[in-house]
Design a protein around this ligand. Structure first.
Ligand code: SAM
Length: 164
């Protein structure tokens, strides 16, 4: 899916963990700027170390904050692409999507990891499907990518439906 994301944009990843996916984003999407957001100080510490050079080059910024709170503080239409992989509950994803809505450019993209109803590894209910589907209907978004994962921990990408 990352191959399909336009290169050179202003991007954000919600949920860093150890920075593994952040590394793929840097290598494949080649953003002009990547904002990494996590609420957990361990992930922030890992990211600051792992992306030391990129932070120095002003390519990466690391933010320790609740993701929807962080997104609400940036100017509207800032991002070309936001990748959401933070709080996987229905309420958490809904908050992130609603915060992301005005922060992406009109032709911007939002991707979500774990578009799955129930996790077979952690036996946990995920809220991504319901939150994403409801958001698409309410805010007029359409599905543009569906990236299949071996155990169905799929990624999806959505964008605003173009009018006319
Ligand atoms: C599944 S992991 C991210 C994995 C990472 N994107 C990857 O693929 O390598 C989820 C991360 O989201 C963070 N997180 C959970 N709730 C959050 C919130 N409300 N705001 C910001 N980060 C959050 C967790 O601390 C955790 O590091």
């Amino acid at each position: 899916m990352l191959e399909k994301i336009p290169k050179g944009g202003v991007c954000a990843e919600v949920g860093i963990l150890k920075g593994d996916y952040s590394r793929y984003i840097l290598d494949i999407v080649k953003p002009q700027k990547l904002h990494l957001i996590d609420i957990d100080s361990k992930s922030i510490k890992i990211a600051r170390k792992r992306f030391e050079d990129e932070i120095e080059q002003n390519l990466v910024e690391v933010h320790r904050e609740d993701s929807s709170t962080f997104l609400s503080t940036v100017p509207d239409a800032t991002f070309d692409w936001i990748y959401i992989d933070g709080d996987h509950s229905y309420e958490g994803v809904k908050r992130d999507l609603e915060a992301a809505h005005s922060k992406i450019k009109p032709d911007g993209l939002i991707s979500l990891n774990d578009y799955i109803f129930f996790g077979s590894s952690d036996l946990t209910k995920y809220g991504i499907i319901e939150a994403t589907n409801e958001f698409c209907i309410e805010y007029d978004y359409e599905l543009v990518h569906f990236a299949l994962h071996g155990r169905m921990y799929n990624d999806v990408t959505i964008r605003r439906i173009k009018k006319g």
